[in-house]
Design a protein around this ligand. Structure first.
Ligand code: SF4
Length: 255
């Protein structure tokens, strides 16, 4: 029983990452996500099982099984350098909370490394608390506050996400809110003002990061043999309105 619960499906491990949390980090990308954001730039992270990626350089299989012990050993080998660079390990995806049992088992085997959870916030309460209670910092995505727009553009209801945000604020783990700015989808003043109003008084909030849309998404979809027909104009200029956050007394940065 224990062995089955402590294996996980990983589609990438990125070393010397500098955008996934403080310092220099090793980022583990867990495969499988319950959302289908129309702007997702990690198509190989969506399905829970391994899949063949075809690119100009040939084919490769995305997705590999690790035991918790095997992954922790690999991460622990870099502990000295990660600590010297005031970094650590980040669990991202896909949605890492889809494999909460596994992520918790890996964290329990780390040699005191600083851990960030990078999550969509979409998970059951048990999975959420199981991992959040073990990490030092959470990167929590907020995409759209309007429930209908959220369902339309991500495929899921945002009520579980907002419930987990409240649980996060009720706990003791500090967090950063990350807002992907997608032209004409999430970057409207109404949505940004609603996000500012949602987070402004939450205990534990360090800041809001606005993440401008990266146009490289399309090529990855083609490599995964998936259609890429975004229902927005990727070249439309973004509305990067930091003032809405500043006037709500929320610390904000543009990544
Ligand atoms: S939550 Fe992240 S990984 Fe999942 S579909 Fe959305 S952008 Fe992609």
């Amino acid at each position: 029983m224990g062995a089955a619960m402590s294996t996980g499906m990983v589609f990438d491990i990125k070393e010397f990452a500098v955008h996934d949390g403080p310092g220099v980090r090793t980022t583990v990308f867990l495969k499988g996500c319950p959302l289908r954001c129309v702007w997702c730039h990690n198509p190989e992270g969506l399905a829970p099982l391994p899949q063949l990626m075809r690119g100009a350089a040939g084919s490769r299989l995305a997705g590999r099984t690790y035991t918790a012990q095997e992954l922790a050993q690999r991460l622990n080998r870099q502990a000295a350098i990660l600590q010297a660079c005031e970094g650590g390990v980040t669990f991202s995806g896909g949605e890492p909370l889809q494999q909460a049992e596994f992520v918790a088992a890996v964290i329990d085997r780390l040699d005191g490394l600083h851990v960030v959870l990078d999550t969509s916030g979409y998970a059951g309460e048990h999975a959420f608390q199981q991992v959040v209670g073990r990490v030092d910092l959470v990167y929590f995505d907020l995409k759209l506050i309007d429930p209908a727009a959220h369902a339309h553009y991500t495929g899921v209801d945002n009520a579980p996400i907002l419930r987990n945000l409240r649980r996060l604020a009720d706990g003791s783990t500090p967090f950063v809110i990350r807002v992907p700015l997608i032209p004409g989808v999430t970057d409207g003043d109404d949505n940004l003002a609603a996000i500012a109003a949602t987070v402004r008084d939450l205990p534990g909030l360090l800041r809001v990061d606005l993440l401008p849309y990266n146009q490289a998404a399309g090529a990855k979809y083609r490599a995964a043999g998936m259609a890429w027909t975004p229902p927005f104009d990727p070249s439309r200029p973004l509305n990067i309105n930091t003032t809405l956050f500043e006037t709500a007394n929320v610390k904000v940065s543009v990544a």
